[in-house]
Design a protein around this ligand. Structure first.
Ligand code: ZN
Length: 370
């Protein structure tokens, strides 16, 4: 989603703070769960623990966008405070590992960032990458997951809003948008948010620019798309939020605009699966979040459908099923019988077969077996 841009914006923030031992790689801001809103900031800080040095970069490079999203953390924190909403912010540089990438993403640890080789990331062993996942990526990811689940448990599944910033120019070409909404396939919050942002006077609002919000495995993919939660990623142009004044101004804009979008949107607090334009499957999380009873009901529904299908398709012969798929109607009835046996239910072979065939087996054979 976020690429690295051509910019050397100077920044007043002095955030190259060494991580204190035992400090968590994320920061939680407490908030009112009944608002149904969770604010995230993936690229909040440029912290790099001492033992990594500067990853071989010049110290000044650690104050650029390649290390973090300039101004985004301050806007996110002020916004959370203004609305009384919970927030989770990262506390490590994306140069170490990018929390806005899935653990399998090839750009998880960038070896080349904005044309700059990151010496400390070149030729890392899988063990070192796993160590960084363990130390930074996973704790942040889990903190986000806990915040999401807390909102759901409180009875109001949260709309997730992730705050990022982008550089004001790319290869010398200025970017006109002050703010942009990145989203994938779930329009529930993205569309009302775009409308609400357009009420800010004299501001150009982008829709899925300068990047696309369609990235498999990114934070919103994992925690919103796969979880069926309404969401949007807001990109702010970093030159507008370099200083405290701009940060306050944009936190103010968003504190006005988000409630507008929240009241305009529909079914924002329903768990609803809209899928992804990345074409990826939602199955993994579906299985994770379902309770056992629901899962059993769905499996039973699929089984009934299979049986119904086999009853309708009397043209399909058992022998062909066996040859092509290694099972037939009789196998299905045997599996059913065995499952009953395991529970101490003496069903009997004929009854089990009748359940599959919809009639006594002999009758079916006489009618349909060729
Ligand atoms: Zn970012």
């Amino acid at each position: 989603m976020e690429k690295c841009d051509d910019d050397r914006g100077e920044l007043s923030l002095d955030t190259l703070v060494q991580e204190k031992s035992g400090e968590k790689p994320y920061r939680n801001i407490e908030g009112d769960l009944s608002l149904g809103l969770l604010i995230l900031c993936d690229h909040a800080e440029n912290r790099i623990p001492e033992e990594y040095g500067t990853l071989g970069l010049r110290p000044e490079d650690l104050h650029r966008h390649i290390a973090f999203d300039l101004g985004a953390a301050e806007v996110a924190a002020r916004l959370a405070e203004a609305l009384g909403a919970p927030a989770v912010l990262s506390r490590f540089s994306r140069l170490l590992i990018d929390p806005n990438r899935g653990p399998d993403d090839p750009t998880l640890v960038m070896q080349l960032s904005d044309g700059l080789v990151v010496p400390g990331n070149v030729g890392l062993s899988p063990g070192e990458i796993e160590a960084r996942i363990e130390r930074f990526h996973r704790p942040y990811d889990e903190a986000v997951g806990r915040a999401v689940e807390a909102g759901i448990a409180a009875g109001k599944p949260p709309v997730i809003v992730s705050i990022h910033s982008f550089t004001q120019a790319w290869k010398g070409v200025p970017r006109p948008w002050a703010a942009s909404v990145l989203w994938d396939k779930d329009p529930r919050f993205a569309l009302p948010l775009l409308d609400a942002l357009r009420t800010i006077p004299d501001v150009e609002v982008g829709d899925n620019v300068p990047y696309s919000g369609q990235l498999k495995g990114d934070t919103l993919y994992r925690h919103a798309t796969e979880r069926g939660l309404a969401h949007a990623l807001i990109e702010l142009r970093q030159d507008l939020i370099f200083g405290a004044e701009g940060q306050a101004e944009w936190a103010g804009h968003l504190a006005r605009v988000l409630p507008m979008a929240l009241s305009a949107g529909e079914r924002l607090h329903e768990i609803e699966y809209h899928g992804s334009n990345t074409g990826a499957s939602m199955q993994r999380r579906d299985a994770d979040i379902m309770d056992d009873k629901t899962r059993t009901e769905l499996e039973a529904a699929a089984f009934r459908r299979l049986v119904e299908h086999l009853r309708e398709r009397t043209d399909v012969q058992n022998i062909d099923l066996m040859e092509l798929a290694g099972f037939c109607r009789n196998c299905l009835s045997t599996w059913y019988l065995e499952a009953a046996d395991e529970r101490g239910i003496a069903l009997g072979k004929d009854a089990a077969r009748e359940m599959v065939y919809g009639m006594p087996y002999d009758e079916w054979k006489a009618k349909y077996q060729t």
